[in-house]
Design a protein around this ligand. Structure first.
Ligand SMILES: C[S@@+](CC[C@H](N)C(=O)[O-])C[C@H]1O[C@@H](n2cnc3c(N)ncnc32)[C@H](O)[C@@H]1O
Length: 212
């Protein structure tokens, strides 16, 4: 009896370890990427992004153009979800991150978007996990939101996902002048323009529209 429960414990341990390995070990991520299997990062915020926000935009008309700001190993498969779009672009200044990007990728800062597109080019811009992860100070943040506004078509929407805590930024986000150019957009699936994952986890998704 003791032998059987010992074996069971060992098997459970091996299964748990292999699941963790397959989920997040760099070799497993490399295998998945090579085989086109989505590599997922599990967090409450990612669940909202992947189960609610992305499906909403992916169900939109095929003539849309999206910009997804900042890439990582767990965002590589997003491009496929928008393959019916006219265009899906990503931008990230870190050259080594380009391996997680799709075919339309720019190695540069979000703030420099104007160098690559015509004004009012995008229908949707998603900037998730970038505030507080490189885009931290007033000047670049204001510049980024300004270009975001100018390079979005009237009626387009801007999704800003970030940790929501003041210490992530060197200034209070509420003071942002460029963000005020947008109108809060009540995102239909969540029935709000500002969704917080609290109390479970501190993360915020803010939705904005560019008025027609
Ligand atoms: C935590 S990852 C977020 C990746 C992805 N956007 C997501 O949904 O999680 C942060 C990425 O933002 C990039 N980044 C930092 N500052 C940036 C900026 N000013 N413009 C565009 N990307 C930036 C970093 O190089 C990094 O790859």
């Amino acid at each position: 009896m003791r032998l059987i429960s010992g074996i069971q414990r060992r098997v459970n341990y091996v299964l748990r370890e292999s699941e963790t390995w397959w989920r997040s070990h760099p070799t497993a991520i490399a295998i998945k990427t090579r085989l086109g299997i989505p590599a997922r990062f599990h967090s409450p915020a990612r669940t909202v992004l992947e189960n609610t926000i992305i499906p909403y935009y992916a169900s939109q008309g095929s003539h849309s153009r999206m910009l997804f700001v900042g890439v990582d190993w767990y965002t590589k498969h997003y491009e496929k979800l928008f393959k019916h779009y006219d265009a899906y672009w990503t931008i990230d200044p870190e050259p080594t991150q380009a391996r997680w990007a799709g075919k339309n990728h720019i190695v540069d800062f979000f703030e420099n978007l104007s160098q690559y597109f015509e004004p009012e080019y995008f229908d949707v811009i998603v900037c998730n996990g970038v505030l507080g992860h490189g885009l931290n100070d007033r000047e670049p943040v204001e510049k980024a939101f300004d270009v975001c506004f100018s390079y979005m078509r009237p009626g387009g929407t801007f999704v800003l996902g970030w940790g929501g805590s003041p210490e992530l930024l060197s200034f209070p986000l509420e003071e942002s002048e460029s963000l005020r150019r947008f109108t809060p957009f009540e995102f239909p699936p969540l029935a709000t323009s500002r969704y917080s994952t609290k109390p479970e986890y501190q993360y915020v998704f803010q939705f904005f529209a560019k008025s027609c």
